[in-house]
Design a protein around this ligand. Structure first.
Ligand SMILES: [Fe+2]
Length: 216
């Protein structure tokens, strides 16, 4: 079991949290997302049995929710008010899974998960997800101006979760100024890479690409 607040960064919670993106992707923009209340996206890849096998996004979400509701797992995570902590978990069907603690004000910044689908569920506190409801070209661009109207935001309260298909672009943060959050994340296939973006209004810029060696 690896637990650290300072070792290589888990894929879903890079350090340090970047500055909040300016509008319209700002962090206090709750709005209903396209997905149903189950937290399962209606987009491609979220629910269908994948051609390449492995757990569906719905199955990853089920794992994340069940694990997030298990105090025997969640309570193993040491919490550090100064930084994130994490434990790598055994996800279902060969998926990659993490238990992550988020001090107040920390977040991931904008990123995607390449061809992996995934899910996360909040065990403690409350996370906020900002996402794009549009599929972006996965390659061949460095800076992209989004058309208005594709930003979505949702709160993921303790006991709830969220699933997504491949090429999902989002940021996740603990917007609380005093309450720690803990969450469970699962991805399949195990993340081949993560593309990280900066955001200035509607302009998304690819900053760098992380590989598994960066967070193992
Ligand atoms: Fe993510």
């Amino acid at each position: 079991m690896s637990v650290s607040a300072h070792a290589p960064v888990p894929p879903h919670a890079p350090a340090p949290a970047p500055a909040p993106a300016p509008a319209p992707a700002a962090h206090s923009r709750p709005a209903p997302d396209a997905g149903p209340e189950s937290g399962l996206d209606s987009g491609p890849g979220a629910a269908a049995r994948p051609r390449g096998g492995g757990p569906t996004a719905a199955e990853l979400l089920d794992f994340a929710r069940r694990t997030a509701s298990d105090p025997d797992v969640v309570d193993r995570l040491p919490l550090d008010p100064e930084g994130r902590t994490w434990i790598r978990l055994d996800g279902p069907g060969g998926s990659e899974a993490w238990l992550i603690g988020w001090p107040p004000g920390t977040g991931t910044g904008w990123h995607d998960h390449a061809e992996s689908r995934g899910a996360f569920a909040t065990a403690r506190g409350r996370l906020v997800e900002h996402s794009l409801a549009v599929r972006l070209p996965s390659e061949g661009w460095h800076r992209l101006e989004l058309a208005p109207g594709h930003d979505r935001s949702r709160a993921v309260q303790a006991g709830t979760g969220r699933a997504f298909g491949e090429h999902h672009v989002h940021e996740v943060l603990n917007a609380s100024d005093r309450e720690h959050a803990v969450s469970v994340h699962a991805y399949y296939p195990p993340l081949p890479q993560i593309r990280r973006y900066s955001r200035n209004g509607l302009v998304l810029t690819l900053e760098h690409v992380e590989r598994p060696a960066d967070w193992q």
